[in-house]
Design a protein around this ligand. Structure first.
Ligand code: HEC
Ligand code: HEC
Ligand code: HEC
Ligand code: HEC
Ligand code: HEC
Length: 223
């Protein structure tokens, strides 16, 4: 018999009837199948697990690096640049005019970042389009005054050590929702090591519950 006929034979109903004889061979096939399945599953699972976050987020560079450590040592504190105004609103990221108290038209330093800053923004009088890592969707109301003046909280609790950094990290944007990765969190398992690892609705509410005994009404955070 030729090989083809042989295969056709064992694949026919006749062959199927002959169960006992085929059993050990089938078992082995099943075992291999399971191993192959597990292997393929693991490869897909791991590549999905590791690749998905990379595909889900697009990285955008800040216009140039901002050196917090250097400026904090020059100015002495955070409040010279980030402060709460008389009316309770937060100044946010300082504008170009406040930078130009020190950075005049002539560049002060020689670094690449300062050259970009001087040429593209200072010389042209153009505001720097900073990307805000902590940016919440428009439906969310947040007040710095309530947390800093009211509750006496530290910037680090929500933002992490940005104030001590010497360079800006890339901004990561969720391709589907447009959310900053700082809101949905770095860790795909959802585990938080620091209070600033994630800032979703549940994270705001969990702290409110802990601090005030109540997670807050919808209208407090959604106006
Ligand atoms: C109190 C004065 C002061 C203010 C205000 C200030 N800077 Fe600076 N900045 C400095 C000094 C001093 C240096 C170091 C200069 C040097 O390298 O010679 C510097 C350096 C820099 C550099 C280069 C740093 C590096 O490590 O490459 C950049 C970029 C920069 N500043 C941007 C800004 C921006 C943007 C603002 C406004 C938000 C700002 N600065 C406000 C004093 C100031
Ligand atoms: C010279 C002005 C200056 C000083 C002083 C300064 N900052 Fe900033 N800060 C900036 C600028 C400009 C940015 C935008 C660039 C960036 O994100 O790195 C920024 C961004 C930030 C952000 C990022 C907000 C977000 O989500 O994008 C945080 C948090 C912050 N600063 C905290 C601090 C803290 C804490 C201190 C004091 C330890 C401080 N800053 C001192 C100018 C300043
Ligand atoms: C309770 C958490 C919390 C604390 C404490 C906090 N922030 Fe924020 N910060 C946020 C959130 C949330 C946003 C985004 C607000 C939004 O998108 O409306 C933000 C935004 C910012 C921004 C971006 C500019 C903007 O549009 O408001 C800067 C700069 C900033 N914070 C600096 C600081 C500094 C400096 C401190 C300490 C003095 C501080 N924050 C303390 C939660 C916090
Ligand atoms: C680590 C703790 C913490 C986190 C995180 C936090 N908050 Fe708060 N929040 C507080 C405390 C404490 C108060 C002050 C409560 C009081 O004075 O009764 C407060 C007050 C507020 C208030 C004023 C409530 C009112 O009507 O008096 C708003 C609005 C608010 N938080 C929104 C948010 C939002 C939105 C987030 C998340 C983006 C957030 N908070 C994250 C601790 C936190
Ligand atoms: C402590 C502040 C806080 C309270 C209280 C709160 N939310 Fe939110 N909510 C947020 C923040 C921050 C976000 C954005 C981050 C996210 O999607 O988790 C959000 C997002 C949402 C979204 C999704 C909107 C979108 O565009 O993705 C819905 C819907 C929503 N909230 C409904 C509610 C309802 C209903 C209540 C009352 C039961 C409530 N929230 C109470 C802070 C709050």
């Amino acid at each position: 018999m030729s090989e083809i006929e042989d295969k056709a034979e064992s694949g026919s109903m006749d062959g199927a009837g002959d169960c006992t004889a085929n059993e050990p061979k089938d078992d082995k096939g099943l075992g291999l199948g399971v191993i192959f399945f597990m292997g393929a599953f693991l490869v897909c699972f791991l590549s999905g697990w590791l690749l998905f976050p990379k595909l889900l987020y697009s990285k955008k560079e800040q216009p140039f690096n901002f050196n917090h450590a250097l400026h904090v040592s020059e100015l002495g504190d955070c409040e010279s640049c980030h402060f709460i105004r008389e009316d309770g609103t937060f100044s946010g990221i300082p504008n170009l005019a406040s930078c130009m108290e020190c950075h005049t038209d002539e560049a002060m330093g020689e670094t690449e970042d300062e050259a970009i800053f001087a040429e593209k923004y200072v010389a042209k009088g153009k505001e720097v389009p900073w990307l805000v890592y902590a940016r919440q969707p428009d439906c969310v109301f947040f007040s710095h005054a309530a947390h800093i003046n009211g509750a006496g909280m530290d910037c680090k609790t929500c933002h992490g050590p940005i104030g001590e950094s010497t360079a800006s990290r890339p901004y990561e944007e969720n391709r589907i929702t447009g959310y900053s990765r700082d809101i949905w969190g770095k860790n795909i398992w959802g585990i938080k090591k620091h209070s600033w690892d994630r800032m979703k609705m549940d994270d705001c509410a969990a702290c409110h519950k802990e601090e005030t005994g109540h997670q807050g009404y919808c209208f407090q955070c959604h106006k």
